[in-house]
Ligand binder design. Sequence first.
Ligand SMILES: Cc1cc2nc3c(=O)[nH]c(=O)nc-3n(C[C@H](O)[C@H](O)[C@H](O)COP(=O)(O)O)c2cc1C
Length: 207
Amino acid sequence: MRHNLSDVSTLIRDRRSFAPEAFSSRRVHRDVVEEILRAGTWAPTHGMTQPWRFTVFLGEAVDELKEALPEWYTTFVGDEVNEAKREKLKRRFETCNCVIGIGMVPDANQRISREDEEWAVASAVQNMHLMCTAYGLGAKWTTPGFMGLPEVRQAFGLPEEGKVMGLFYVGYPAGNWPHSHRWPLEFVTRWKGDQGGSRAHEIRPSV
Ligand SMILES: Cc1cc2nc3c(=O)[nH]c(=O)nc-3n(C[C@H](O)[C@H](O)[C@H](O)COP(=O)(O)O)c2cc1C
């Protein structure tokens, strides 16, 4: 065994998504953010293209997002603005002082599919989330509809061929660490070979 299985398994299961509204006002410091990002960069990457690009809004820099998010939301939904939702987008910055813009820039010679580049970035986010868990930090990856707007891409400093893949909120939880659950393996796994005979994948467990 190269690592402590119990520690690894506990860390993976303990990773939770926290709404930014559930953060305390305790500040997240830059050195911790750097460790989180460094963990992200150790994700697998097809052809070593390392397509992840991070834009860190830390401390007073989140004010930029406090202004921008409601605007982006309004642009995206047009006439369908839900005022409560718009307000909520501002309120989250009362407690959250760290947001990482998740971006993808594909390899210049396009030898790797965009899908693979995006999956590499998703893997990076998982690494980051696990590192947050180890620090006792809550985090949430969100993928709001407005993230496809060109102004969001520009705000994250990504080139035209790049893609915004979401916002990653980080903060110390104000309350208890929540628990979750997952479907048992039998519902999501088909064994081939002498252990075969399990049900087809189209059968879904009820949630
Ligand atoms: C690709 C991706 C996008 C997500 N986007 C959102 C989102 O837009 N809003 C949100 O509230 N949660 C979002 N989540 C977080 C999920 O809601 C969360 O992972 C799920 O509820 C399971 O909870 P857990 O992460 O605590 O296990 C996203 C998760 C993934 C993997």
